[in-house]
Design a protein around this ligand. Sequence first.
Ligand code: ATP
Ligand code: MG
Length: 556
Amino acid sequence: MENETGSRNFIEQIIDQDIAEGHCPVVRTRFPPEPNGYLHIGHAKSILLNYGLAQQYGGKFNMRFDDTNPTKEKVEFVESIKEDIKWLGADWEDRLFFASDYFEQMYEAAGKLIRKGKAYVCDLTPEEIREYRGTLTEPGKDSPYRNRSIEENLALFEDMRKGKYKDGEKVLRAKIDMASPNMNMRDPIIYRVAHMTHHNTGDKWCIYPMYDFAHPIEDAIEGITHSICTLEFEDHRPLYDWVVRELEYENPPKQIEFAKLYLTNVVTGKRYIKKLVEEGIVDGWDDPRLVSIAALRRRGFTPESIQRFVELCGVSKSNSSADYAMLEYCIREDLKLKRPRMMAVLDPIKLIIDNYPEGEVEYLDADNNLENEALGKRKIPFCRELYIEREDFMEVPPKKYFRLFPGNEVRLMHAYFVKCESITKDENGNVIEVHCTYDPETKAGSGFTGRKVKGTIHWVPAPFAVPAQVRLYENIVDEELGVYNEDGSLNLNPNSLTILEHCYVEPALAEAKAYDSFQFVRQGFFCGDARDLKPGKLVFNRIVSLKSSYKLPSAN
Ligand code: ATP
Ligand code: MG
């Protein structure tokens, strides 16, 4: 993944060197999610990075579920993760793996360590293990079980597997160094007893390997050359290296850490997203206010926009946070030329053209996208009664208001000039109809140059317009108050969702489907909602508004 300035990121530099030194004839990477939730934008970075590197070096990309912890894992998550990765465009071909498929090999690997005198069964309680571990400033103490014989350890480990012990009664620990300055090296637990049903292996196992032991084995079994993970695993690398060294793998994988992708003021952590879902604050993992991949897809983001975003973020070794506005910039840029520009009125008020013959309809030509002729043209019916946006009319306009007000003339997009002649109010004094006259000479495309108007407004033809529900979104959390409260709870934004029930869209949108996206002129980009749009019921999510103060940093 070349960045915009063309320089190579630090991971590419490492791989370049490994290839130059002949360490890896074929580059193999993997994405190893734990199936305990849905993927989010941060995972997208890891997926696209790993897949992109495999592509770039003509290598292989594996998909592997890291399902060594049965407590939180579910088949629902396995399916959603696969769908999200496919949608993002990362192709694992026929290489879909489960860490749980390697349980037997892991068990054997543990036996090998025992036979080498590098692992032992320990009977200390979890509390005692913690006490014995020492602190950052004090070395730990050896467990009294550390010097059990190899035979005894083998027998006890086998009994652990057979289910002779209760959860927590015994563990298998690597025998490394209780005085190591790196806490992860102080005889870490590598196997624990857990009488739990696993989503893949059922009740076959009652002992499960710990992540730090299992992960390097998974990588080695699959021939992964570069095991790319995030920075929090940096301190675990010595243990990773210890495991692959002691197990004597021929071409040991190499762990490389990079900084996680964070979005400023946006809830990205799986834990927090899960909480919002479980507490019913959002309507599921794909609620368009979230940044899970399913949510971004439902909101109307495209794989291309996410790829671009990840590229712009770059790959680095130091933590930083990207702006949500940059993600918005990427989707605007992606859709700008690809999608038709249609008219939709979100807050309608009736406009009646008094001098337009009743019952008459004409079909006006409109470009679907003025900047992209390939999208063609459409016909829009035009007639005496239209809807316009309530905010495009003011009875008493402020200065510099160029839209409709009594006596003023504006252009109706793709149609004619209309001049406001009078208004009708209901008994409460609210304007309910704006009466205009139109000038037939001013038809769009007729070459009329007689006079100019300062405002152009959009509209839909009342008898032909299609009712729609439109959903507008803001950040789920309150940025002003700060994302997190002192107690760690989220500061929710009460305005994160606005549902507009009485919108109208032009008839060309009547058949819009889930995930179809459009620009609604002057309003933003919108997408058919995958959950609620049904034949005869249009529901659109606003992906992003049109305006942005965002500027791309440097480069272009
Ligand atoms: P979370 O931090 O949201 O709980 P996780 O790290 O627990 O996520 P995993 O399923 O373990 O989720 O992650 C799979 C892979 O995705 C790991 O290699 C992890 O390092 C990477 N990853 C997770 N979050 C991010 C992020 N924000 N940016 C980049 N990579 C990430
Ligand atoms: Mg994790």
